[in-house]
Design a protein around this ligand. Structure first.
Ligand SMILES: C[S@@+](CC[C@H](N)C(=O)[O-])C[C@H]1O[C@@H](n2cnc3c(N)ncnc32)[C@H](O)[C@@H]1O
Length: 263
C-alpha cells in the first residue's frame, strides 16, 4: 500500500471509509468535504488539515479555566518552557518521555495532542525517514505546529481531532504516544483504547503527563482541586510489559506498554 494520508483515514465516529463528497469552488479558497460511507457525516478539509472534531472543543472546568487555557494556547511555547523549569528544562523533560518510544528508521509515528509539534523536531533527529501524524483538538495548536514544522522543514500530516475518537484505521502506526494532557481527557479509557486500536500489533505505546505532585502545581494556575491519578489501571489486561515510572523530578509519570502480536 502506498503511504498517503488518505490510506490512513476513517470516520472518527463509526470508523467507516471516507471519500471526497463535494468541493465548493475551484480556486485556492475552495473547500473540500470528506463524507463517511457509514454514518454519512461530512468533514471539512481546511487548508492543511481536516476538521474531524464535529465542533467539539477542549472541555473547560469553568470560565477561569477557559481563560487560562485559551491564553496558554496562545503563548504555548514560552509558557511551557517556563513551567518545565521546575522539571529540569523542557528539552530534558521531553527527551525523558521520548526515550521510552520504540523508534526505528522508517517508523510511522502518531502523537495525540501534538501541541506545537516540538516532539517531532526531537524525533526527526533520532531516526531516518519517519512519517509523522499529529492530532490536536485546538486549532490554535495546529497553527503553532504548522508554523514550526515549516521552520524546521519537517513534513507531517495534521488533523483537528479528539484523542478519544481518532480518525485513523486500525493498526496503522509503528509508534503511538501522548504527552501532556491525558489527565484532562473526559474519557481516558476511550483515548487509551483508541491509541491501542490504531497501533500495529507488536508496537509500543507511551503515555505521559503530570503526576499528582505536578497536578497540584498546575492547580495553582488553573484554580482546580482535582487530584491526578495516573491512568495505569485503565490499560487493558491483554497489554504486555505495562510499566509506570516517575519522571520530571517527581512532577510527571510515564506509562509504557506493548500491544501483543496477533496469534
Ligand atoms: C500540554 S500540551 C502538550 C503538547 C505536546 N504533546 C508536547 O509535548 O509538546 C497538550 C496538548 O493536548 C491537546 N489536547 C487536549 N485534549 C485533547 C483531546 N481530547 N484531543 C486531542 N488533543 C487534546 C491540547 O490542545 C494541547 O495541545
Amino acid at each position: 500500500m502506498k503511504l498517503t494520508k488518505e490510506n490512513f483515514l476513517c470516520c472518527p465516529e463509526c470508523k467507516s471509509n471516507l471519500s471526497v463528497s463535494r468541493q465548493n469552488g475551484l480556486n485556492e479558497f475552495s473547500k473540500q468535504f470528506l463524507v463517511c460511507s457509514g454514518c454519512k457525516k461530512e468533514y471539512l478539509k481546511e487548508g492543511y488539515y481536516i476538521d474531524f472534531t464535529g465542533g467539539r472543543e477542549l472541555i473547560y472546568k469553568g470560565k477561569w479555566d477557559k481563560f487560562i487555557r485559551s491564553f496558554y494556547a496562545k503563548i504555548y511555547t514560552p509558557a511551557t518552557n517556563f513551567m518545565f523549569l521546575f522539571c529540569g528544562g523542557v528539552k530534558n523533560a521531553k527527551k525523558e518521555v521520548l526515550s521510552h518510544l520504540d523508534l526505528k528508521d522508517n517508523s510511522v509515528v502518531l502523537e495525540t495532542g501534538i501541541g506545537a509539534a516540538e516532539n517531532f523536531y526531537y524525533l526527526s533527529r533520532e531516526a531516518k525517514n519517519l512519517s509523522f501524524f499529529g492530532i490536536d483538538i485546538q486549532k490554535q495548536m495546529l497553527i503553532h505546529s504548522a508554523r514550526n514544522l515549516k521552520k524546521w522543514n519537517i513534513a507531517a500530516e495534521l488533523f483537528l481531532a479528539d484523542a478519544e475518537e481518532l480518525p485513523f484505521k486500525d493498526e496503522m502506526f509503528d509508534v503511538v504516544f501522548h504527552l501532556g494532557s491525558i489527565n484532562l481527557f473526559q474519557n481516558k479509557e476511550k483515548a487509551i483504547n483508541e491509541m491501542i486500536r490504531v497501533a500495529k500489533p507488536g508496537s509500543k505505546i507511551v503515555i505521559a503527563d503530570e503526576s499528582e505532585k505536578g497536578g497540584k502545581l498546575m492547580n495553582l494556575f488553573t484554580g482546580s482541586n482535582d487530584l491526578v491519578v495516573p491512568p495505569v489501571n485503565l490499560i487493558p489486561k491483554e497489554m504486555l510489559h505495562v510499566n509506570i515510572e516517575t519522571i520530571w523530578k517527581g512532577y510527571g509519570f510515564v506509562i509504557e506498554f506493548w500491544k501483543p502480536m496477533k496469534k
